[in-house]
Design a protein around this ligand. Sequence first.
Ligand SMILES: Nc1ncnc2c1ncn2[C@@H]1O[C@H](COP(=O)(O)OP(=O)(O)O)[C@@H](O)[C@H]1O
Ligand SMILES: [Mg+2]
Length: 368
Amino acid sequence: MSVAISFKDIVKKYGDTTVIPELSLDIKKGEFFTLLGPSGCGKTTLLRMVAGFNSIEGGALTFNEKVMNNVPPGKRNIGMVFQNYAIFPHMNVSENVAFGLQNRQVSKAEQQRRVSEMLDTVQISVYKDRMPKNLSGGQQQRVALARAIVINPDVLLMDEPLSNLDAKLRVDMRNAIKSIQREVGITTVYVTHDQEEAMAVSDRIAVMKSGVIQQIGTPRDIYQRPANLFVATFIGRTNVIEAELAAGANGEAEICLTKDYSLPIPKLQPLMGSKQPMKVKLSIRPEEFVLSEDGKGIAGKVMNYVFLGLNTHVIIKLENGEEVEMIQQSASNGVVEIGQNVRLAVVRETINVYDASGERNLNRGSGL
Ligand SMILES: Nc1ncnc2c1ncn2[C@@H]1O[C@H](COP(=O)(O)OP(=O)(O)O)[C@@H](O)[C@H]1O
Ligand SMILES: [Mg+2]
């Protein structure tokens, strides 16, 4: 049976150092939930609290409303998968997967049935008699996953499970993990520092920085409407540009990028109460710049471009000396030349506008 997990004002201290100050989070039953953030932000610490390997210095951790703070790890019915597989080298694949069942008073026949079913699920039945040393990294990770799930845990915890695999295998395995999780339907907490991996596997993501959750949302929410500039720059690529939010000629809110290029953004009108221009920071993703066809836009010069097949990445130096990146679909004939003067227009519907501190996204809640 799968459970809902809730953190209420959870605190983690190592000695006198507070690593997680009062964190609250609700993970739904059956959800694939990812903790994402840079190294050292507290992801593993949080996961170990769920597993029961870390003490909890404040607040309450619950599974289906039941407080778990002091329940020992062995009584939490949790399956875990780590970066370094941790499968037993002296046991073959079937024995590794059966291991968790042996301590659980499951009959031999039932063990065999469940192991064989699980090997089918993770698609390694043909290797059932092999020793781990004769398996690839991806196959070993499938064994680890099978071993974690075969016990029918309430929660599956995974800490950077794909870090040791090469790039192509990582993509294959993340697809496998996602579809296996969907099939088994088990509440999963997944830890990674890789934003693309997080977007590919998760129902929802919590982006963390220094023990504090910056934003919780679906991959799409987090990419399209990042709550602050930290999230905007951590998820995907973006250009951060300073601008002013001011009332334009007809009184509507406008973002002034240069003295002759402004973008009307009427939905930001309520912020214009004071009528004073307000310094803002814009997050403009590379795909939110387009080459202007009507001569309006920010003037710049093409410094370099990289052809990557489907897309071409173009580096452009703006009038003020800042460099920005634009991505456009490659045309059959090259569309830009190094040294070319261009004007960049901005897709105003999708860019994000932050206050000067970068802490508050002005679009959020504005219906934009
Ligand atoms: N056992 C420990 N004792 C003291 N500090 C620790 C311990 N484990 C982790 N930390 C510190 O807690 C912070 C979060 O670490 P961790 O949860 O491992 O981060 P992440 O998994 O996001 O990389 C880091 O500053 C780390 O140095
Ligand atoms: Mg970690």
